[in-house]
Structures are given as structure tokens and as C-alpha cells.
Design a binder for this molecule. Structure first.
Ligand SMILES: [Zn+2]
Length: 509
């Protein structure tokens, strides 16, 4: 087979080094040579790179597309952004429906994912599997079982553990439980990624809790989708970043990630106090049908917005900043603010929310316009802030957060090209070389001889997100080609790869 050369292209190699015009030769699944441009390429298949930039395939460190490789509707939302590897199993949630923690990993080996997949084990899923929705500390026997399953997952190739301390049952775990679970695993190539307990008024305490787990357990930390949510909490990332920098000075390894928007997205049920969800969906729906419980829930959501660690997003952001993103019950209300959804049913906003929760059996999701740009810029300014989509593809008719299809090109358009907050080389380092090294993803994230040929060819003047909150499915512009392990899977913005991705395993040490 003739070799391929991407010729006369501006190589942004993923390390942060200055870009340079090169010929990049591919051989099988690898980058064979990176050389000054030649005037002739013999019998090689030439991809003209004139005026274009070549970067390592992007690494989405915060994906929720755990199930995409198994779904009939081909998930091209990431590959069309130039993402070639997704870290899945985030926010404490990972598929754990077989006989053990490695069933999902093994299943991934039998399918052909669109992108490479680097799975984390979800602490919430694990805890629910072992302890149900019990709101208490694990017994000694349960703690041993939790640890045993974690070790088996790591032995089977998981890249680490994620937690979602904001969500039940992760919220039922304290720092000590997590530190004990992770203790002594620091010599393994793992990351502990956390959707922390509170992203609002107790944000600083929640970041401190993560740092404490890192200190106690001696493991590498990843602060997921770092933000300050809710108007009264804007500006708090100045404090959290100061704490993170101080921890790094002590030797604690702390990475973070962000999606470049001032709106978040989560399940509508995240608006409910933790006790409502105790015991599972049916127990929660029974409480939502009980007038006495409902009065208490409304009181906590709207008037007494703090109960220990739990904090009401309704109180911090308001129903009018919450827009229905998906409703598995026929898509009803998608694109409407909760206030509008309620008004159309002649309900109060609270009643409207409960109506939506009941109709969707707690499965509806929402976009929340909860953040300030100052915090976003501050977080993106951290040299160890990687990029994540936080995306999962649902029904194509739904109204998901545009980050699903646009997060990476938006970083380029808005923060590289328009505002010049990030140099191109630095942006590509944050999207590729930096996270690959941090997450122990071997042989990827760099353009260098011998590395795997996961690549994205961009028009640097055109690369941009197409998606908006109104029209979240418009694909990005300016992606001229994507390769996975030397196979071209995208040309001129179209995916035709037929599943060139595979499950990755962490590098040793
Ligand atoms: Zn999360």
C-alpha cells in the first residue's frame, strides 16, 4: 500500500512547541516521519496541506458517551469536531450492568466505536451496585467489596475512578469514604475525576474536599467541568484556583476541565433535595405525588435552599434560566424554559417542574444558564485546564446543550481566533498533548514519529462551532480531515469511518 503524506501543512504538534510547516508521513497506524516539506513525494498518496493546520486528534476528557458505541444511530458528534478519543464514565456514572466491573470494558472490545474510548469507573454506579441507594457509610465488608471492584476495573484497563458527589448516591459518600477507596493506588496510572459536591455557594469547600481526597489518598485529581454556578456565586473561581495552585505547590496533582459556555446542563431531577431520590425512581415519584412531601420539597427548593451539603439550583439560578433540553416522554417541552413549560399547563413553575419530572420518570434534562464569563475565562486560563464536551448524544430531535457538537471548535473560534486568549499551540496542547499525558493515554496526543496517527486537519481561519442553543445540531465548520490510527474517517466535514476507534488501555506508570 502506498504511503500517505500530508504535505506542506502547518504542524501544531500538541506539545505547545511553535508550529512549523512540515510533511507528515503516515505508515500503517503510525506517524512515520515529520520532515521539512519536500518538492516531490514519489508514489505516496498526497493530501495537500497548504494553508491548513494539522493537529493531533483531540481528546475529550469529559464525555458521557459511554453507550454510543453500542447504539444504532452513529454518534458523529465528537469526530466531526476533530475529537478522536473520549474519556467516558464521568460524574460517577458508568455502565455497570453485567456481572462485574470489567463487563463493559470487555463489551467495548467487541464493537467498533467512532472514536477511541478511555473508560473511567463511576463511583456512584459502583456504590449503587454494591449498596443500593443506601444513605449511609459503607460497612467494612461493603468497603472491601467497593475496593475489590475498583481494583478489578483498574486491572481490566480502566483509566481511573470518577465521582458525582452532587448526585445520589455519590452524595451519600464523604471524603473519607473516597480517600479510603483510593488509598494506596497512587502508584497506578489512574486519575480520580470528580463532579464535586457543590458548584454554588459551597464551591470552595467542595474543591477543598477534592484536594483533601488527593492529599489523603495520594492520587492524581481531575476537577470536572469547573464552574461557579448561580448568580450569587460568580467570581468564586478566583478562590478555588488559588487553592488549586497552592495544592500543586505542595505536590498534589490537580487537573481540571471546562466546556467553553456559560450554561451547564444536567438532569431536571438534580433540582430535587437529595432525600427525595433516596430509594430510587419509584420512591422519588411517590414523594412527588404526596402533597405533604411536595410542600417540603418546594420549601427546600425555593425558600430554604440549603440543607447541609445540598443546595438548591432553583434558588441560585431560577426557573427562567432552566430550559428543557430533552424529555424522553415524547420530547414535550424541549426548548422551553421551565417557566414557560409551566405556564402552558396553567401551573406554577414548581408544579411545572414536578409535572415534567413525573412525565419523564425523572429522565428529563435541562440547560441552565448559570455562569459568568469571568469565571469561564479564569478557568480556561489555567495551564492544566483541558477541554471536555460533557456531551452525550440523545435523540436527534432533542435540544441538547450545543457543547455536544461544538465545544472544541468553539474554543478555537472564540478563544484562539477572536479573543486571542490562547495561542494556537497552547490551545492544541490543552486539547491533545496535555490531557493525553495527564490521563496516561499512551502514544496519542502528539505529532511525532512513532506516535499513533490520530490527526485532525483544520482550516485555521474557518474552524468554528456551528451549533447554538437554538440549533444544537449544526455541525462544525473547517474540519478538512480526521484520521484514527492512520485511517481517514472524516473528509470535508463528513464522517465515513465505519468505526475505526477502539478501547484504549492506560500507559503503565
Ligand atoms: Zn458532571
Amino acid at each position: 500500500m502506498a504511503r500517505t503524506v500530508i504535505a506542506n501543512v502547518m504542524v501544531v504538534d500538541g506539545t505547545g512547541a511553535p508550529a512549523a510547516v512540515r510533511d507528515v508521513w503516515l505508515e500503517d497506524d503510525r506517524i512515520d516521519t515529520v520532515a521539512p516539506p519536500a518538492s516531490s513525494h514519489g508514489r505516496a498518496a498526497v493530501v495537500a496541506g497548504d494553508g491548513l493546520a494539522l493537529a493531533p486528534g483531540f481528546i475529550d476528557v469529559h464525555s458521557h458517551a459511554d453507550r454510543s458505541p453500542f447504539q444504532a444511530d452513529v454518534d458523529d458528534t465528537k469526530i466531526l469536531q476533530g475529537i478522536t478519543t473520549e474519556v467516558v464514565g464521568n460524574c460517577g456514572s458508568s455502565p455497570l450492568d453485567g456481572d462485574g466491573p470489567t463487563d463493559y470494558l470487555a463489551a467495548l472490545d467487541h464493537v467498533h466505536p467512532v472514536t477511541n474510548v478511555a473508560p473511567l469507573l463511576g463511583h456512584g454506579s459502583l456504590r449503587r451496585r454494591i449498596m443500593g441507594m443506601a444513605r449511609r457509610a459503607p460497612s467494612a465488608a461493603e468497603a472491601r467489596t467497593l475496593r475489590g471492584w475498583l481494583e478489578r476495573a483498574l486491572d481490566g484497563g480502566a483509566f481511573g475512578l470518577s465521582s458525582g458527589l452532587f448526585y445520589a448516591p455519590g452524595s451519600y459518600a464523604d471524603a473519607e469514604e473516597l480517600a479510603l477507596l483510593l488509598q494506596g493506588l497512587g502508584s497506578r496510572p489512574l486519575v480520580y475525576a470528580s463532579h464535586i459536591r457543590n458548584e454554588g455557594s459551597r464551591l470552595v469547600e467542595a474543591v477543598d474536599e477534592l484536594l483533601a481526597v488527593g492529599r489523603l489518598a495520594g492520587v492524581r485529581l481531575q476537577l470536572s467541568h469547573h464552574k461557579a454556578a448561580g448568580v450569587p456565586n460568580w467570581g468564586r473561581t478566583a478562590t478555588t484556583l488559588a487553592h488549586i495552585h497552592a495544592a500543586r505547590e505542595e505536590g498534589v496533582e490537580v487537573g481540571l476541565d471546562a466546556y467553553p459556555y456559560t450554561a451547564s446542563s444536567t438532569s431536571v431531577s438534580a433540582n430535587l433535595p437529595g432525600w427525595v431520590l433516596e430509594g430510587g425512581v419509584d420512591a422519588a415519584l411517590a414523594r412527588l405525588a404526596d402533597p405533604v412531601a411536595l410542600r417540603q420539597i418546594q420549601h427546600e427548593c425555593e425558600e430554604a435552599p440549603r440543607d447541609g451539603e445540598w443546595e438548591s439550583m432553583v434558588a441560585a439560578s431560577g426557573y427562567d434560566r432552566m430550559v428543557v433540553a430533552s424529555n424522553p416522554a415524547g420530547g414535550v417541552g424541549e426548548g422551553q424554559a421551565l417557566t414557560q413549560y409551566a405556564r402552558e399547563r396553567h401551573l406554577s413553575p414548581f408544579e411545572g417542574m414536578v409535572h415534567l419530572l413525573a412525565a419523564s420518570r425523572l429522565d428529563a434534562t435541562m440547560v441552565v444558564h448559570s455562569m459568568d464569563e469571568g469565571d469561564l475565562l479564569r478557568v480556561l486560563g489555567d495551564p492544566q485546564c483541558w477541554i471536555g464536551t460533557d456531551g452525550v448524544m440523545g435523540a436527534r430531535s432533542a435540544r441538547p446543550h450545543p457543547r455536544l457538537t461544538g465545544a472544541f471548535p468553539r474554543v478555537w473560534r472564540e478563544f484562539v481566533r477572536n479573543r486571542r486568549l490562547l495561542a494556537p499551540e497552547e490551545a492544541i496542547r490543552r486539547m491533545a498533548g496535555g490531557p493525553a499525558a495527564y490521563f496516561h493515554i499512551p502514544d496519542r496526543g502528539r505529532i511525532e514519529a512513532g506516535w499513533v496517527a490520530d490527526l485532525v486537519l483544520l482550516d485555521p481561519d474557518q474552524f468554528a462551532d456551528g451549533s447554538t442553543f437554538e440549533h444544537p445540531w449544526v455541525p462544525p465548520r473547517g474540519v478538512r480531515g480526521v484520521w484514527i490510527a492512520g485511517r481517514r474517517v472524516v473528509a470535508e466535514g463528513r464522517y465515513f469511518g465505519q468505526g475505526a476507534g477502539r478501547r484504549l488501555r492506560p500507559a503503565a506508570g
